[in-house]
Design a protein around this ligand. Structure first.
Ligand SMILES: [Mn+2]
Length: 352
């Protein structure tokens, strides 16, 4: 097949996808769009993209809803800029929606709040298929795509919907952050959609978002995390303690992965009655997602990619002892998987 024929067929395929989605949604009144809990820019961009598509093509009103807060300061600033009204999923009356769409995640994976007994109609995602897709009428999961915002940008362009400055900024930021400035899984489409959005965005707003101010508490948590951090061979572990902002756990796990000699990072923190865990690894063979699912087991929920994943365990008694017990159980399992049992912790602040 010649190159031009190939690109044409890819385009036709994308067009068909959005047409299929619109055909399914036609006639519906009120849609629920649910990205994963603790939504990140890609989840927010994709949710807003779908909301716009449904509103402009079919006049459907949509509610964006998820549980958990928007963690990182950058993401808070993004929501503020977008004036995005998010409804906590806990208070939803599911019966008042005649269309349910899940974006940037899948039903039944534990990282979104769709109750088990509710059927999703639409799933748009780019993560490995681990969810329950049975009965979902429209599924578009593109494993090779860097972001869900890329898929939504394609839909909007294919459907001929004009993209506002705010939406373009959200989608571009979603693509950029999920593809980690194109150092992580990136497909040509991610770059193409990034460029398509490039001239539409508000550059000043994006720069304000990316350099969002960090509160004093941020540096306190950082100091505590650094003081607590220690390595067991090339595995770095840090306990951030009680947190006001759960986004810090993943953020500091990313930072610690840059510590010389660390290959895998585990960060713990307590937020909202839950022990939260982030795991990162430089080596995809470690398979962070699989390890954390095994380590958390039935204590809570967990999931993620080969190099970044997370989990959470509800603290039912809310005592230090319970927290300690869960943390030890998780570490024991991770250490046994990585064959580093019995190693002594070396503090990273001691340089010798
Ligand atoms: Mn994503």
């Amino acid at each position: 097949m010649s190159k031009s024929v190939l690109s044409l067929s890819v385009e036709n395929m994308a067009k068909k996808k959005v047409e299929k989605l619109l055909a399914l949604a036609k006639g519906k009144k009120h849609a629920l769009i649910m990205p994963h809990d603790y939504a990140d820019p890609d989840a927010i961009g994709a949710a807003l993209g779908l909301k716009t598509l449904l509103a402009k093509k079919l006049g459907i009103d949509a509610t964006v809803s998820f549980n958990g807060v928007v963690g990182r300061q950058e993401n808070c600033m993004l929501c503020e800029y977008l004036g995005l009204q998010v409804f906590p999923a806990d208070g939803l009356d599911y019966d008042s929606y005649d269309l349910i769409a899940i974006v940037d995640c899948q039903p039944g994976t534990g990282n979104n709040s769709l109750p088990e007994e509710r059927q999703a109609d639409i799933v748009v995602d780019h993560h490995p298929v681990e969810g329950d897709l049975e009965g979902v009428k429209f599924v578009d999961v593109r494993l090779d795509y860097g972001s869900s915002s890329t898929i939504l940008t394609e839909y909007l362009l294919d459907a001929g919907v004009s993209i506002s400055t705010e939406l373009a900024t959200a989608l571009l930021y979603g693509i950029k952050t999920d593809a980690m400035n194109f150092t992580r899984k990136t497909k040509e489409s991610d770059i193409r959609m990034y460029l398509a959005l490039f001239n539409l965005i508000d550059n000043d707003a994006l720069s304000r978002i990316e350099s969002a101010g960090l509160p004093r508490e941020y540096f306190q948590v950082l100091r505590n995390a650094v003081e607590d951090a220690g390595t067991y061979d090339d595995v770095l572990v840090s306990d951030l303690g009680e947190l006001d902002n759960p986004g810090m756990i993943g953020e500091l796990a990313d930072l610690f992965l840059r510590a010389e000699g660390s290959g895998t990072v585990l960060c713990f923190g307590v937020y909202d009655g839950k022990l939260m865990i982030s795991i990162r690894s430089l080596d995809p063979k470690v398979h962070a997602g699989r390890i954390i699912r095994y380590a958390v087991g039935r204590r809570g929920t967990a999931g993620g990619h080969a190099t970044m994943a997370g989990g959470q365990i509800p603290l039912l008694k809310d005592t230090k002892k319970e927290e300690e017990e869960h943390r030890k159980a998780v570490l024991d399992r991770v250490f046994s998987k990585l064959s580093i049992e019995g190693k002594r912790k070396k503090k990273i602040t001691k340089c010798t």
